[in-house]
Design a protein around this ligand. Sequence first.
Ligand SMILES: C[S@@+](CC[C@H](N)C(=O)[O-])C[C@H]1O[C@@H](n2cnc3c(N)ncnc32)[C@H](O)[C@@H]1O
Length: 188
Amino acid sequence: MSFLPKREVLSFEEIETIASAFVARGVTKLRLTGGEPLVRRDIVDLVSALGRHLGDGGLDELTMTTNGSQLARHARALASAGIRRLNVSLDTLDAEKFRAITRRGRIEDVFAGIEATQDAGLQIKINMVAIRGTNDDEIEPMMVWAHAKGMGLTLIEGMPLGEVGIDRVDSYLPLREPSRPSGATVHS
Ligand SMILES: C[S@@+](CC[C@H](N)C(=O)[O-])C[C@H]1O[C@@H](n2cnc3c(N)ncnc32)[C@H](O)[C@@H]1O
């Protein structure tokens, strides 16, 4: 991954200005994503500022897509700021595979984050990128796991995002393949 120089990254004031302009012109749903939104310092302040548009302010929903690693410490504040639903990106339930996919992540942090988020009363949807040869054997178990915890699961086809160090042609798993379990939501 090569990241933008800091001066080119939108400041919170700029994000708020742009988001407010969209809401004033009729946008009713905002989703914060990234990068990883929860590693930005003072992210809760931004969520609170955007949350002021909820209700009579014209915004119906404020959501976030996160890798879940920082959720345990932010879940309650996000709920207080007006978030009701979150997407958590999780491609495997296996700690070793998780570390390999994310390069340094600890799956226990994501599990703790999911628990804290549910305790705070938020709904969660899991986003799972299907990767041939890595997690194609986990599609059904992850669906069962997610549903047992009252969470939805969306399967996503892999797209060329950044350098991943594996052959994308080999790892690409088209979700129209007949082996896909029935009932999966497909984003392609
Ligand atoms: C790029 S992430 C950014 C937000 C946050 N850091 C996270 O991990 O959710 C946003 C979404 O893209 C998905 N995603 C990540 N890598 C992808 C890939 N190679 N192809 C398709 N979707 C991908 C994730 O599952 C997540 O739902």
